[in-house]
Design a protein around this ligand. Structure first.
Ligand code: NAD
Ligand code: MG
Length: 384
């Protein structure tokens, strides 16, 4: 460990965000050092990353792979742990300054809570944590004086627009959405879309779950909820506009009507590096945007009726309590079933709506109640 370098834990280092974060860290090794790497299943890549970055510890989620990882790293000074509980432990190591939550889904919640309680800043890619329990996470972060630094490109855009501004001056924010591979489709056309089509995102290369969420506009719905908590807004202060080119990453409108946008070519390394280097900006050699190459930046209304998931997210947000937690659990189950080709694309939103109607509603859930609510939907409501 070198004094003066930010010490980073990456949860989900083998994924799309995790690997891009390691590229940023490697390029800026005078600023950043890795202390923890974790993966669920990808043993080979985790071992390769560990040998290269020499962290203090690695965690493999799949417990049956523990011996394989341990053996491969046996002549290194690297601690090897396994299982979900280990994530809650490693985020608390005293060396760590910042935890990048690049793991997917509800699994991000408990490690993030532990990291905040241990006083670590959070570079938050795992939007599901705020969707499930934003009402609990944001006050917890405030109590422990830790920063929640958004990595999601839209939220990074808003966050960058708000530097030097007071959040009370926000009239509304506008999240841009690419519209995904099925932009403009009718319900009839959506009946027949396949997994392969849904996995082809026009502008971003991402993990499977978020790619399906982008195709169903669930991702934008989750981002509306994420934005509410990050920036302290009401549901009607968060708008969505479809912008197929993904150049304007999002906008803020202030009380005087002035608008600020953050723009650039779509590249997740930029918001990742902004979050890690915050409050500084650092150099990058990422390709630059030029206006003449994009003479037509276009904008259109998002269709929350056809893409029912977007409408469901607003309903969950307005209802409050554990409604978004139930929506998230249902959606994780449904997307998994869609990826296994057990259900059709449109059934994802049907299942989500069913679970929101049939789960037990709780007005002001505790952490334990969020955990229980997630379990209830997965085990009792969402019969897949
Ligand atoms: P991914 O599927 O590519 O990678 C997920 C990572 O998490 C992997 O390292 C995997 O091993 C690990 N993981 C998976 N399930 C786990 C579990 N149950 N417990 C512990 N670890 C687990 O996903 P991604 O696209 O990198 O997305 C990660 C998060 O970042 C998601 O919450 C996503 O919504 C968010 N995000 C991603 C992008 C993007 O461009 N990929 C953009 C914005 C936000
Ligand atoms: Mg996003």
């Amino acid at each position: 460990m070198v004094e003066g370098r930010k010490q980073i834990a990456i949860l989900g280092s083998t994924g799309s965000i995790g690997t891009q974060a390691l590229e940023v860290i490697e390029t800026n090794s005078h600023l950043f050092e890795v202390q923890v790497l974790t993966a669920q299943n990808n043993v080979d890549l985790l071992i390769e990353q560990a040998l290269k970055f020499k962290p203090k510890a690695v965690v493999i989620g799949k417990e049956s792979a523990f011996n394989e990882v341990k053996e491969a790293l046996s002549n290194q000074k690297i601690e090897v742990l396994a299982g979900a509980k280990a994530l809650e432990e490693v985020v608390q190591y005293p060396e760590i300054d910042i935890v990048l939550t690049a793991l997917v889904g509800y699994a991000g919640l408990l490690p993030t809570v532990k990291a905040i309680e241990a006083g670590k800043d959070i570079a938050l890619a795992n939007k599901e944590t705020l969707v499930v329990a934003g009402a609990l996470i944001m006050p917890l972060a405030e109590k422990h004086q830790v920063k929640i630094l958004p990595v999601d490109s839209e939220h990074s855009a808003i966050f960058q627009c708000l530097v030097g501004e007071s959040y009370e001056e926000i009239e509304k924010i506008i999240l841009t959405a690419s519209g995904g591979p099925f932009r403009g489709y009718t319900l009839d056309q959506l009946q027949k879309v396949t997994k392969a089509q849904a996995l082809k995102h026009p502008n971003w290369s991402m993990g499977a779950k978020i790619t399906i969420d982008s195709a169903s506009l669930m991702n934008k719905g989750l981002e509306v909820i994420e934005a509410k908590w990050l920036f302290g807004l009401e549901a009607d202060q968060v708008e969505v506009i479809v912008h197929p080119q993904s150049i304007v990453h999002s906008l803020v409108q202030f009380r005087d009507g002035s608008m600020k946008a953050q723009m650039g070519l779509p590249d997740m390394k930029l918001p990742i590096q902004y979050a890690l280097a915050y409050p500084n900006r650092i150099d990058s050699d990422f390709p630059r945007f030029t206006f003449v190459n994009y003479p037509n930046l276009t904008f259109e209304q998002a269709d929350a009726n056809t893409f029912r998931n977007l409408g469901l997210a607003y309903e969950a947000l307005k209802k409050g309590g554990n409604m978004a937690c139930m929506l998230n659990a249902a959606n994780e189950m449904a997307v998994d079933a869609f990826l296994k080709e057990k259900i059709s694309f449109l059934q994802i939103a049907e299942i989500n709506e069913f679970c929101m109607q049939h789960g037990t509603f709780i007005e002001n859930p505790s952490l334990e109640e969020y955990v229980e609510s997630d379990r209830e939907v997965r085990e009792k409501i969402c019969k897949l």
